[in-house]
Ligand binder design. Structure first.
Ligand code: UDP
Length: 335
């Protein structure tokens, strides 16, 4: 189906089913790891959800279970291309569209920058025309390889403009700038969340991120690929906690952010690998590989602001979340 006719059929479908929902919400990147959980959460709250995704890293299997729901629509579209949804009223937009794993966002770095500039301008344009509230999924990567620890929202970051991660880090930084400029210039109602490392079911097995790599290697008794000495740290947040934080931010009145959402439980990657080996009863051994350029040495969110402003804090501990994620990867490998 062509983009235009797909858009028209979407508009028609949305038009006829109106009435039985709270809000009409556009989720870009809705077939991705976080996006699919968010779509599900919003549908369960009685909203109509338009899930937009170009399926570069997202997957139809992530949203298969939602397609029976009459309040759910899928639109195969890239936010880099113009989008007109002018026959319906969009109330809220969650802009999650962008590959988020370093391996994936570096495949086509220029396209990653386009998603965060042209794509973001397109989505802000929809928000402006529809007078919709729009939330940007920003990232802890705006802090780069941080010199302040843990990271607070007022830290301005230590980011390379020229390195291999810059397409994402600088892209996400300019996306934040665009959000605040549309807010000042056009009175667009914005929310900006900075997402720290998140994991859980529906991560793509091959997306290259550490939790999915380690779990799949451990389940197959393959070598665990440790980049560097494994002493670098990350703080991992379970997906359910993250979705609750995003939702609370979107629905908080008179509040733009930016705000950190993540789990402050900081661990080394060696610790992560050992836990995963233990939880999977794996025979895997850790092997050491070169550390990718500009790989941040430490990362931990300060979430005081989220606690105070949103009454939010993560509830799922790492052990519980890892077990659920391991169960998920075991179940998909049997399919
Ligand atoms: N990493 C690793 N082995 C892997 C994948 C990643 O040691 O197979 C490391 C990576 O170098 C980084 C950390 O794990 O230090 C987290 O990487 P990820 O790609 O998940 O996200 P990042 O936090 O770097 O954006």
């Amino acid at each position: 189906m062509s983009g235009l006719s797909e858009t028209l059929s979407l508009v028609y479908a949305v038009g006829v089913s109106k009435m039985n929902f709270e809000k009409t919400i556009l989720v870009t990147g809705g077939a991705g790891f976080l996006g699919s959980h968010l779509c599900e959460y919003l549908l369960n709250k009685g909203n109509q959800v338009i899930c937009l995704d170009n399926l570069f890293t997202g997957s139809k299997s992530n949203i298969q279970h939602l397609r029976e729901n009459p309040n759910f629509r899928f639109l195969n579209h890239d936010i880099i291309e113009p989008l007109y949804l002018d026959d319906i009223m969009i109330d809220q937009i969650y802009n999650l569209a962008c590959p988020a794993s370093p391996v994936q966002y570096q495949i086509n770095p220029v396209r990653t920058i386009k998603a965060n500039t042209i794509g973001v301008i397109n989505m802000l344009g929809i928000a402006k025309r529809h007078r919709a509230r729009i939330l940007q999924a920003s990232t802890s990567e705006v802090y780069g390889d941080p010199l302040v620890h843990p990271q607070t929202e007022d830290y301005k970051g230590n980011v390379s403009t020229t390195g291999p991660r810059a397409c994402y880090d600088e892209g996400k930084r300019v996306a934040e700038t665009l959000f605040f400029d549309y807010n000042r210039q056009n009175k667009v109602d914005i929310r900006v969340i900075r997402i720290f490392n998140t994991y859980g079911p529906r991560m793509a097995k091959d997306d290259g991120r550490v939790v999915s790599n380690f779990i799949n290697q451990a389940l197959n008794n393959e070598d665990i690929t440790m980049y560097g000495d494994g002493k670098q740290t990350r703080s991992f947040c379970y997906v359910e906690d993250l979705i609750e934080g995003i939702y609370r931010l979107m629905n908080k009145e008179d509040f733009t952010g930016p705000i950190n959402i993540g789990n402050p439980n900081e661990i080394t990657l060696l610790d992560l690998a050992e836990r995963i080996i233990r939880l999977t009863n794996s025979k895997s051994k850790i092997v050491y590989k070169p550390l990718p350029k500009d790989d941040p040495k430490q990362r931990q969110p300060n979430i005081l602001y989220a606690k105070q402003a949103l009454g939010w804090e993560p509830l799922v501990d790492l052990e519980t979340g890892l077990k659920k994620t391991i169960d998920y990867f075991e179940s998909v490998s049997k399919k």
